[in-house]
Design a protein around this ligand. Structure first.
Ligand code: PLP
Length: 487
């Protein structure tokens, strides 16, 4: 075994060691004072590390091996859709015709890029059942915010902007939903879930009124359950004069099976960096396109891409638009990947995605149900929640189970979310895993449940095999040490 921590480059530095060897330069050196004002010139060298090329290679390769990603192992992080994304889409996004163009190029020299965006919008209309798409928003949360600005513009256009100030959000919602509503200037009203983990119709009826701007919902919801009353929910909100927002971050549960449009939603966002072939998790570029029904088209972000004959144009004359929400055309590279993915999968392939995602989640759920409490026992969609209350009574917490999974080489599921489930574990296996992989994970979870009874120390002391054990997470978040102090 190598040392647990890689030494820092500064620590392995030795004076005079070099990573290159060049012949003496025959060009006469320019005096620094000829090119820089005297007061800007260093008196001492910068103390940069001095290393051989091999040392640098080993250092960075070592760091990269400490990273865990979908290409290293199973990553069942609920609500995050950590699935494998085909590399061919990465390759296509790097084609020079896509990667080397400039957003300020005249439209007539970028017809291919505009056509790709136009076609992607057409495809996403079908996926969502909406009438218009904007590719501008760069993330799910930004899509939510832009969508809520459209709510606002719509109510203002109807002379009800002042009056409709409340956004209803179920207590199982993703945290970005209430946050986006607040950023968009709304008051948030929480709707309690019923015993089946779904929106309570009575609670909803009690909450809607002339001050309702709309409801934010995801279906399947964050518990992985399909809102079977969605048509009635939509009617209740619409009758009260509100609009419905669909959080489509995890669309892989319904692709080709149903659309938010059919369910009665007015505005939707998708996370192309979850369901449509862009890797995510490192805060890297994302894309959260929004879709709207016809009557909201006028408020969509500007500029837009329009087709006239065989020519694609960028249009900016949209007086009712909420305006620009992101520079240029959004994250174009992410949109290229999504388009390549949709075209290579085809309609049938996308349907298969949702069938496999749902099958995998139900299979895992069925295997784990005898060992963990399942607060909602009905069939799930692409993800499901377990509760660790049975293990908690034995002194083993959900956090311990999550840490123990790391020893088996798995990334831990989402824990303690949604908040309405005690000791929650939220598991999303995704459509891209093989059965043996699902079984290996189930076997580990079962062994952990058995250890919680017989050898709780092996769970509460975990992880045993990792470079870093348990961190003081509060101190790490509140007082992070992010600079190197030379000892
Ligand atoms: C990930 C996610 C979001 C937020 O998407 P970002 O791109 O991270 O802003 C919103 N809702 C749900 C259900 C999600 O899973």
């Amino acid at each position: 075994m190598t040392a647990v921590y890689n030494d820092l480059l500064f620590e392995i530095s030795r004076p005079g060691r070099k990573g290159y060897s060049l012949p003496e330069s025959s060009v006469e050196k320019t005096a620094l004072t000829d090119v820089l004002p005297e007061h800007l010139i260093r008196e001492e060298a910068a103390e940069l590390p001095e290393l051989s090329e091999l040392q640098v290679m080993r250092h960075y390769t070592g760091l990269s091996n400490k990273n865990f990603g979908i290409e290293t192992g199973f990553y069942p992080l609920g609500s995050c859709t950590m699935k494998y994304n085909p590399k061919v889409n990465e390759d296509i996004a790097r084609y020079s015709g896509f990667a080397q163009i400039h957003p300020f190029q005249p439209a007539k020299t970028a017809q291919g890029a505009l056509e790709l965006m136009y076609r992607l919008e057409e495809n996403l209309k079908e996926v969502t059942g909406m009438d218009a798409i904007s590719l501008q928003p760069a993330a799910g949360a930004q899509g939510e915010w832009a969508g809520l600005l459209i709510f606002k513009a719509y109510h203002e256009a109807n002379g009800e902007g002042e009056q409709r100030r409340k956004i209803l959000v179920p207590d199982s919602a993703h945290g970005t939903n209430p946050a986006s509503a607040v950023v968009a200037g709304y008051d948030v009203v929480e709707i309690k879930s019923n015993e089946q983990g779904r929106v309570g119709i009575d609670a909803l009826k009690a909450a809607v009124g002339p001050d309702t701007a709309g409801l934010m919902l995801t279906n399947p919801n964050t518990l992985g359950l399909f809102e079977v009353d969605i048509v009635e929910i939509a009617e209740i909100v619409h009758e009260a004069g509100g609009l419905l927002y669909y959080d489509g971050a995890n669309a892989n549960a319904i692709l080709g099976k149903s659309t938010p449009g059919e369910m009665g939603f007015d505005v939707v966002h998708l996370n192309l960096h979850k369901s449509f072939s862009t890797p995510h998790g490192g805060g890297g570029p994302g894309s959260g396109p929004i879709g709207v029904k016809d009557y909201l088209k006028a408020f969509m972000p500007s500029p837009r891409i329009e087709k006239e004959g065989d020519t694609y144009r960028v249009t900016t004359d949209h007086p009712q638009s909420i305006g620009r929400v992101k520079g240029y055309f959004g994250n174009f590279g992410v949109n290229v990947r999504a388009y390549a993915y949709i075209r290579s999968m085809g309609a049938e392939g996308l349907q298969q995605v949702s069938e496999d995602a749902v099958l995998h989640a139900n299979y895992l759920k069925a295997r784990l149900e005898p060992y963990y409490d399942t607060p909602y026992s009905s069939h799930c969609k692409h993800e499901f929640v377990l509760s660790g209350v049975r293990q908690k009574k034995l002194g083993v917490r959900t956090l311990d189970i999550a840490k123990r999974l790391l020893d088996y080489g798995f990334y831990a599921p989402t824990v303690y979310f949604p908040l309405i489930v005690e000791e929650c574990l939220m598991i999303e296996p995704t459509e891209t895993e093989a059965k043996e992989q699902l079984d290996a994970f189930a076997d580990a979870m079962i062994e952990i449940a058995e250890d919680a009874e017989k050898n709780p120390d092996t769970v509460t002391g975990a992880p045993f095999t990792k470079a870093v054990k348990r961190l003081d997470e509060v101190t790490a978040a509140r007082k992070p040490v992010v600079t190197y102090q030379r000892s």
